[in-house]
Design a protein around this ligand. Sequence first.
Ligand code: ZN
Length: 214
Amino acid sequence: MLFRAVIFSLILFFFAGCIYEAEPMPQVMADRAGAVMSQQARAKPANSAGIGKSFPKGWLPPAKLEHKWTAIIIHHSGTATGNAAIFDKWHREDNHWEGVGYDFVIGNGTDSGEGKVEVTFRWRYQMAGAHCGGTKGNWANKYAVGICLVGDFDEGRPSRRQAQSLVRLVRFLQGRYGIATSRIYGHNTTPGARVTNCPGMNFSIAKFRAMLGN
Ligand SMILES: [Zn+2]
């Protein structure tokens, strides 16, 4: 029922593109030590929004490294195909970053499964991302979780399974870190971010927020 609503909403989406050349500064902050959460905060259960209590174990960060994330930023890849390994290669070789800039990549059935959530090294080591440049103090990369959906949402739209996975992942993150829906952004609506059309003109973050509720 919920997923049906999700899909329906996403079909109606208006989205804008994550061109790799225009992607953010390669700033990688080594702030792991200062970002460790307290035991209490970490113990917070991941679910008040009806997703059930089960989620992939790989989504759980290492307890000793866990960071206090305060926002979520959604991207599209701006490409028809791809997966975390491919973006990792591009971001290393073309952008000279440490590797893929996102924390999570959600496949579209081309180079990884449709709706498959890939967890990158950024998340596993709770590192700052390299997915949203230009913000004050680099807050977006330091404190926002970066999720990339494979696809070009100027042309197409997220698939049903991608949408389902995005909702599940976002709700997991909201539940674990107490992130309000108002702190979920599209790359192009992130306060202070450089101008971009990512995540595409067919993805409306306003509609996605409305779908999540409060
Ligand atoms: Zn982006």
